[in-house]
Design a protein around this ligand. Structure first.
Ligand code: SF4
Ligand code: SF4
Length: 127
């Protein structure tokens, strides 16, 4: 299972701010405006991420056990930019900070399965 699906720590750690143009008021299929509040003249924030304790309103999680973003296809660009540590071969400071703050160990390369060998899917032909 992907480690994020049993985590959710970063969605309960950081302010999630983004340009208002990303909202579905402006961009079809964008971030649901109803789940946001105005931060300043140019930015919105996800509800729940600009107050203590931080927890995004779109998060469906028991942190450390189960986690889903309920607007995953429409989540803000900043959410897409947070990689899980070692998913792409390097540590992620935001991931590590969030996991440690929630009492979870940081991810290591061992948390990711090795890539499967390529399978030759070409149809067999008679010799
Ligand atoms: S803190 Fe890391 S492992 Fe947890 S949900 Fe965020 S990116 Fe995934
Ligand atoms: S929008 Fe989704 S990915 Fe972004 S902080 Fe909220 S729950 Fe997490």
């Amino acid at each position: 299972m992907h480690p994020c699906l049993s985590c959710g720590a970063c969605c309960a750690m950081f302010r999630v701010a983004f340009h208002w143009m990303e909202s579905d008021d402006s961009t079809p299929g964008g971030v649901p405006t109803v789940l946001t509040e105005k931060l300043d003249a140019h930015r919105l924030v996800m509800n729940g991420t600009y107050s203590e304790p931080v927890r995004c309103t779109a998060l469906d999680a028991d942190i450390g056990h189960y986690s889903r973003c309920t607007i995953h296809p429409n989540r803000p660009s900043v959410c897409r930019q947070v990689d899980a540590s070692w998913e792409y071969g390097t540590p992620s400071p935001q991931c590590d900070k969030a996991r440690l703050a929630h009492g979870l160990p940081v991810l290591t390369p061992a948390d990711w399965p090795p890539p499967k060998p390529a399978v030759d899917a070409r149809p067999k032909t008679a010799e």
